[in-house]
Design a protein around this ligand. Sequence first.
Ligand SMILES: [Zn+2]
Length: 338
Amino acid sequence: MSTADVDQLDDGPLGRLALSRSGVDRATPRRGDTDWLARAWADPRTRVLVVRDAQALVATRDGRLELVFVPPADAPDGTRFLLGVGADDVAYFGVSAAAEDSAARPGEPVGGRAEPSARSDSADAKPMALRQVGALLSDRDAGLMTHAVALANWHDSHTHCPQCGTPTVPAPAGHLTTCPADGSEHFPRLDPAVIMLVIDPDDRLMLARNALWPAGRMSVVAGFVEPGESAEHAVAREVYEETAIVVGQVRYLGSQPWPMPRSLMLGFQATAKGGQRIAVDEEEIGEARWFTRAELRAAIDAGELGIAPTSSIARRLIEYWYGEELPDGLASWTARGR
Ligand SMILES: [Zn+2]
């Protein structure tokens, strides 16, 4: 699919989510073209995004955050993968580098020096996580970083053949690995997860607090899809398990990748049947309750409630139900919001 095709996608009810953006062609036909890959890596115009410990180097330029790339010659050792090709025909690669590399010191461009165009203000460059910067980057950079972090996480955690235990070898474009012992091929893994607005017949929204979260932090219910289960079934099961609420209609709204480490978040709206009482699974959920729009806004404005960060699909789902953007409220979600 070309970049133009992505741009022409109908984003659906949720609009385009922060980590669902893109600005380069993924150039999938190039992944098997080893000659092209070698030429692209030899081209000094090629830009490499270095990922360490799920973070990439980000700098401020003209008041906005952008990724800091290095030319291939300055890239550190590590698993390499093709991210795509820009409209200007510049190729983008990622490299998953070892976290202990001395070049990972905060404040220093990864690999020793940044590309010339970024050098002027790369002094403030520092490694940042997707959760922190995903919503603040441009379409191109958000897409590149999401793709790179997802592939780096896969390579870092899937190093051996699941059939025989032999260390696998990444293909030149980094989108598959092969076992040298038995020839089996292995592709990036994703964990599909459902996350849902649960609405009652009075159009109130259910928010729940994970038992591990501090008071005042609440969000929509979410959970992983189990093997042999549809996404819709997972929605109904998770809502019932966590809150004892039976839902009827389940409607798909949109998705975004959440490579922390490898989720694909599938957003839904589920309608609860009337006349039910919430009864939380106390091991997993600290509390759950229904909010009217006025109650939600009042709790946020009073500093009693904090909702998920703007990069998350949880935030977009809540704002979709609410009808407009909301302030962050109480707790900033530095931990593991989704
Ligand atoms: Zn094997």
